[in-house]
Design a protein around this ligand. Structure first.
Ligand code: ADP
Length: 250
């Protein structure tokens, strides 16, 4: 350890030190506040499923198990609320995990996107079109995490809209650009600024019904940035939404 001898420093050096120190304090304060907000939002999100599980358990305790309809309804609700809590915990872990250093691989982005699109095409009877205009789409990435981003974007397009979904890969300068376009209700400008925030949902009830937690886009953005990429949205109410994921090519 080397001690700083303030007395022997010039006025300029002291000023620089003060500036650096204050920047550090601001950074730490900001991180701490963000952490506090996250913990408080996470607790809030977990409270609802916990209280639903508790109230059904208490209802069964009070009313007994004679009414088969009630038993079925209660068990169904307990099961789906437990699923919800599981998803919330998994997604919160995904956000934390993204901060860890893992080994990136050199991979073909076209193959990864194509496979994810095919998974959705098999699972849903929906019109999902895929167009590849990115030749030699080689990137340096964590395959599981990147697949998660592509999954979140297509899943949202299918979840929040009814019509067709267009997935397209192009290249631009030294980057690969993935776009996921839908022709649904769109997202207002003020909501566009907030949809990447943790737990933010435009329509809480609708998102909850479709199993949404408000963490998907926050995860997608955080993964994109960890890959030195960018995730942006372009949307117009009544016309639809396009999400763009830009990643540096290898
Ligand atoms: P959720 O788990 O609620 O889907 P996300 O973080 O993935 O959380 O998305 C945040 C919100 O952004 C959603 O609740 C929804 O209101 C809105 N949203 C996301 N994708 C679309 C889309 N393609 N069309 C319309 N709204 C969308």
């Amino acid at each position: 350890w080397k001690k700083i001898n303030v007395e022997s420093r010039s006025q300029d050096e002291l000023y620089e030190m003060e500036k650096t120190f204050n920047e550090m304090i601001d950074f730490l304060k900001d991180s701490y506040e963000k952490q506090e907000v996250f913990v408080s939002d996470a607790s809030h999100e977990l409270k609802t499923p916990i209280s639903i599980v508790k109230s059904y358990a208490q209802l069964l305790e009070r009313r007994g198990t004679e009414d088969q309809e009630l038993v079925k309804e209660s068990l169904g609700a307990i099961d789906s609320e437990a699923d919800r809590m599981q998803k919330l915990v998994e997604q919160m872990l995904a956000l934390a995990k993204n901060k860890q250093a893992s080994k990136k691989e050199t991979l073909n982005f076209t193959t990864l996107v194509k496979q994810t699109v095919q998974t959705f095409q098999k699972a849903y009877e929906r019109d999902i079109q895929f167009k590849n205009e990115c030749e030699e789409c080689i990137i340096h990435a964590l395959p599981d995490q990147l697949e998660q981003v592509v999954y979140i974007l297509i899943d949202n397009a299918l979840k929040y809209t009814k019509g067709k979904v267009e997935v397209q890969l192009t290249s631009e300068k030294n980057a690969a650009v993935l776009s996921v376009k839908d022709y649904g209700a769109g997202i207002s400008e003020s909501d566009q600024e907030r949809i990447f925030d943790r737990f933010y949902r435009v329509d809480k009830a609708r998102s909850r019904d479709t199993g949404g937690t408000g963490l998907g886009l926050a995860i997608a953005k955080s993964i994109s940035e960890a890959h030195r990429g960018e995730l942006t949205v372009n949307s117009k109410l009544g016309e639809g939404t396009t999400f763009f994921l830009t990643l540096p090519l290898s």
